[in-house]
Design a protein around this ligand. Structure first.
Ligand code: PHE
Length: 458
């Protein structure tokens, strides 16, 4: 029941619609840009293998745990913990998740805004041979008015989709956008792997070099997996809360995990061959890799003269679509909290909380050159956006995922969770394995990551 309207809670139209929406949340900047960057910095294929292990052993079990909690309670993250552990402190985990959601949305939208601007830049043929791509990037990301305006536009599009609700907003849009995203991805990957010099990029990406594997690499793989799969802040609790009791959670979780991972890998097939095509080092990460380096290569992409315009426009559309279906899930977490817990209308919740995210995002929009102290935080040595990402895109998600796995594994219990999975057809394939992973493997791996993060800090 929806408390504010008295109507039954919205549900996804079908299992496929839910899997697409959840995959839309998972597939985002973290896959298309983040994954190739992290993989490039940490030794390519060896990182890929470790990432796959992290996804299978930790990411997928936590994903299933969140979906189970969501479908069982049919509530936002705060309501879900209130429901399963009334009167306990566990509700704080939900609160942390909602708070994290609005903060991630605030800076995510800044980068997504650049992406929108780059769609227009590429389509109008900005990136011809010899153009100074760094100056173009600085002019956008480093100036207050354009950076804030594109951030605002992106938040407005996100609000528009969330206003439509679960079925007529999120579901409707992800059903259109995800197939487009996949088609773009495959076409771009085909173009990239057939460029001259692509083999060197593929070799770097696909041949494992285990000498590069250190503890830090393993931990960054786990952190990347959480961010990429949208775990640890209740996005999957929220999306799971709209799943009908008829639909099977185990295969849904598997599909979402599979889609997210496949798309991250495919993104690497676009980025590495393209970088090697131009003889560039894959280590150059951050915004530079996509907005400065990749755009500088566009003019050389055959067939001339439009190969680069088509490839570049396709790439930034891909990035923009991926970002939108993720930002929608971030705003939906916060909106569902305001609707369930505060009795607000969806309209009021989505608009006002979207506006809050916009305002919180302003300093991030100014942190790439526009305001110098935000660009280099005194005493911290990084820009404000990167700092928020570290606190909320990494630490908070890792802590959230730890608490969720402890809660489901030990407090609410794998038995109760299993009953929710078996609700209709009575099957829980790999149920015992999942129980073992969520109780022992996930928490201990996450504690290891946390200890390492703290040690790194001091
Ligand atoms: N998974 C998204 C990405 O890879 C980011 C995200 C994180 C979205 C957490 C929702 C919740 O870009």
């Amino acid at each position: 029941m929806d408390l504010s309207t008295g109507r039954p809670r919205d549900t996804w139209g079908s299992k496929a619609a839910f899997v697409l929406a959840a995959a839309g949340s998972a597939v985002g900047l973290g896959n298309i840009w983040g994954f190739p960057t992290v993989a490039g910095q940490n030794g390519g294929a060896a990182f890929l293998l470790i990432y796959l292990a992290a996804v299978a052993l930790i990411g997928a079990p936590v994903m299933l745990a969140e979906l189970i909690v969501g479908r069982r309670t049919q509530r936002n993250p705060v309501g879900a913990f209130k429901d399963l552990a009334p009167g306990s402190v566990w509700v704080v985990v939900g609160g942390l998740g909602v708070f994290t959601g609005i903060i991630i949305l605030s800076f995510y939208s800044v980068i997504a805004g650049w992406t929108l601007s780059y769609i227009f830049k590429t389509i109008t043929g900005t990136f011809v041979a010899g153009v100074d791509t760094e100056a173009i990037y600085n002019e956008l990301a480093g100036s207050a008015v354009p950076a804030i305006s594109w951030h605002l536009l992106f938040i407005m599009i996100t609000i528009y989709v969330v206003l439509g609700g679960v079925r007529d907003g999120i579901e409707r849009w992800t059903k259109v956008l995800m197939p487009v995203l996949f088609a773009l991805l495959v076409l771009l990957a085909i173009r990239a792997v057939t460029l001259s010099g692509a083999e060197a990029g593929l070799a770097f990406y696909l041949k494992p070099d285990f000498s590069k594997v250190t503890g830090a690499v393993i931990l960054s793989a786990i952190g990347q997996a959480f961010f990429s799969l949208s775990l640890g802040m209740g996005a999957m609790i929220t999306y799971g809360s709209y799943v009908s009791k008829r639909d099977d959670l185990v295969s849904s979780a598997a599909w979402v995990t599979f889609a997210d991972t496949t798309i991250a890998i495919l993104a690497g097939l676009i980025i590495f061959p393209t970088l090697f095509h131009a003889g560039l080092e894959p280590g150059a990460g951050g915004p530079g890799m996509v907005f400065v380096v990749l755009t500088s290569l566009l003019s050389s992409i055959p067939p001339a003269p439009y190969g680069g315009v088509i490839f570049g426009t396709g790439f930034f559309m891909l990035l923009g679509i991926a970002a939108l279906t993720s930002s929608v899930s971030l705003l939906e977490v916060v909106t569902s909290w305001a609707v369930d817990e505060r009795g607000m209308s969806r309209r009021k919740a989505a608009i006002s909380l979207g506006a809050v995210a916009f305002l919180i995002g302003v300093p991030s929009a100014l942190a790439n050159g526009a305001v110098s102290w935000l660009t280099n935080l005194p005493g911290i040595g990084m820009d404000f956006l990167s700092f928020l990402f570290m606190l909320f895109g990494q630490y908070s998600l890792v802590i959230g995922a730890l608490l969720i796995s402890l809660f489901v594994g030990w407090v609410w219990g794998v038995k109760a969770a299993g009953e929710e999975v078996r609700e209709n057809d009575g099957e829980f394939p790999l149920g015992r394995t999942w129980g073992f992973l969520i109780r022992f493997v996930a928490p201990s791996a996450i504690v290891a990551i946390l200890v390492k993060m703290v040690v790194d800090l001091v």
